[in-house]
Design a protein around this ligand. Structure first.
Ligand code: BGP
Length: 505
């Protein structure tokens, strides 16, 4: 069947400032939590007894942070160098344009605009950098879609205020959001508030800016599980901050649209046992919860029991719920990578699992080298679930495959596995659109190789554009086109109608 995507469908790619920009101490930028994300490569995992096939998060505890500051020579922080996009953005955007991108999803580094996160006066050099990036995108007719906060809270706010545990950070975020909305209102039509806001449940070092002391697992990381009181309080404060940004956007740039960003976790029951299905329901609630609040403007009924039985008390200010109600998002965005298997855990009330990669394997699905299942049909299922629940337009802000690439002697990278992944997901996306789901764009995660969020590796590559840099920053940094570059270019040129992998490369 010939695939038909809606006219004007926004094909493109997605990145985050902390994974591409580098230049962490240039242009007046202040430190961010992501500058302390250490490299957790295969060697580290082996040395420290890492979990096989489970991705560890390179988060730092307070104790680690102190050591990282005192002895930076003991650590490797690949996000500090990224892929040097701060200096190469023109070359990189030209390559995106060559692929035919209509949209580029990126984030602004908060600490580039406000070095401490809460400065009154913004850093003009930081503001100018994004002006230049947006101008470059517009030169090629590429629409920027901009995340306000993608896993890089200013360090000062994280250390001094506990990140979003404090209302101070909410105020600082609103101030920051207003500055960039005002500055870029003529250049940016699509905004997102917090990247994968739900990831606070599986990784303490996200946009929440929370840094905990122990307990730490053998990898020297925070426990994935627990700290519910702090996490849900920080999340509540982020809901308020997000709603204030939505309201500010509607006021400052009435023609712009602003959305949420959920790491969508689609769950299957391990068996037809009703208990397993109940576990799916529990897990689903911990995923829907975030979008329920951001899209429906109220706390869903099912959280009350979880909060009560776990003695979680959310401190709210008087106008919080009004703001949340008035600050509903205009559209939904998700990242979609994999699906999960659920087995009943014996609880009568839900408890979040707190893991990014499931312990249980789905025998029907292949998985990536990092243990992430590949499930294109799950993509269609999840899109239907989301649309059914919210009836809002959907943008796919992330989907992609992290893989090890092999460079041939002649310099080519024949990444048919990436092409297969893309083709299968675009096929299912098309099915979802045919089902009636309103999807207006698709951004491939990491169209150019970048530093991994979870492990800070370069070795885990997502790109259609190869970047000659290894985990330790060695290499020329040179960009080259993989086979998938030409495939995606063809997909975009045909507006998704031609998905055949017949690329001569
Ligand atoms: C999402 C993040 C991205 C990104 C992606 C892939 O969770 O929003 O920042 O990196 O996952 O994850 P990783 O880089 O760990 O492979």
């Amino acid at each position: 069947m010939n695939k038909r995507f809606p006219e004007g469908f926004l094909w493109g790619g997605s990145t985050a400032a902390n994974q591409v920009e580098g230049a962490y101490n240039e242009g007046g930028r202040g430190l961010a939590t992501s500058d302390f994300a250490r490299l957790v490569d295969a060697e580290t995992r082996k040395r420290e007894g890492g979990f096989e096939e489970r991705e560890p998060h390179n988060a730092a505890t307070k104790g680690m942070l102190a050591d990282m500051k005192a002895h930076p020579e003991h650590w490797e922080f690949p996000k500090r160098r990224g892929i040097d996009f701060y200096h190469t953005y023109k070359e990189d955007i030209a390559l995106f344009a060559e692929m035919g991108f209509k949209v580029f999803r990126m984030s602004i580094s908060w600490s580039r605009i406000l070095p401490n996160g809460d400065d009154e006066i913004p850093n003009e050099e930081g503001l100018q950098f994004y002006d230049d990036v947006f101008d470059e995108l517009h030169r090629y007719g590429i629409e920027p879609l901009v995340t306000l906060s993608h896993f890089d809270t200013p360090l000062h706010l994280a250390e001094e205020y506990g990140g979003f545990l404090s209302r101070h950070t909410v105020k600082a975020f609103e101030h920051y959001a207003r500055i960039v909305l005002n500055r870029y209102k003529e250049k940016v039509r699509y905004w997102l508030t917090f990247n994968e806001i739900n990831n606070v449940l599986s990784n303490p070092f996200t946009s929440s800016g929370l840094i905990f002391d122990g307990p730490v697992n053998p990898l020297g990381q925070n426990s994935y599980i627990g700290h519910w009181q702090e996490k849900f309080q920080a999340v509540h404060n982020q809901f308020v901050a997000s709603a204030l940004a939505v309201k500010a956007c509607h006021e400052i740039a009435p023609d712009a649209k602003i959305g949420n960003m959920l790491c969508r976790l689609e769950n299957y029951a391990e068996s037809a046992r009703p208990e397993d299905q109940l576990q799916v329901l529990f897990e689903d609630h911990f995923n829907w919860f975030f979008t329920d609040v951001q899209a429906k403007g109220e706390y869903p009924y099912y959280m009350k029991r979880f909060f009560d039985e776990n003695h979680i008390h959310i401190n709210m200010e008087e106008d919080d719920m009004d703001n949340i109600r008035e600050g509903k998002v205009d559209f939904i965005t998700i990242s979609y990578y994999m699906t999960y298997i659920m087995r009943y855990k014996g609880d009568t009330v839900p408890k979040p699992t707190g893991r990014l990669v499931s312990d249980l394997k789905n025998p029907y699905l292949p998985k990536s080298e990092w243990g992430w299942t590949v499930d294109p049909i799950g993509f269609r299922i999840t899109l239907n679930h989301i649309y059914d629940r919210y009836h809002l337009p959907i943008f796919i802000s992330e989907n992609g495959l992290g893989a090890v690439d092999h460079v041939e002697e002649d310099g080519r990278i024949i990444d048919d596995y990436r092409i297969d992944y893309l083709r299968q997901h675009v096929e299912q996306l098309h099915e979802a659109i045919e089902d009636g789901v309103d999807v207006f764009g698709y951004a491939w995660w990491g169209p150019i190789d970048l530093v991994s969020s979870g492990t800070s590796e370069m070795y885990k590559r997502y790109g259609m554009i190869y970047v000659d840099l290894d985990d330790h920053g060695s290499g020329t940094g040179k960009r080259s086109r993989k086979k998938s570059f030409f495939y995606y270019k063809k997909v975009i040129a045909s507006n998704g109608a031609d998905l055949e992998n017949d690329i001569a490369y």
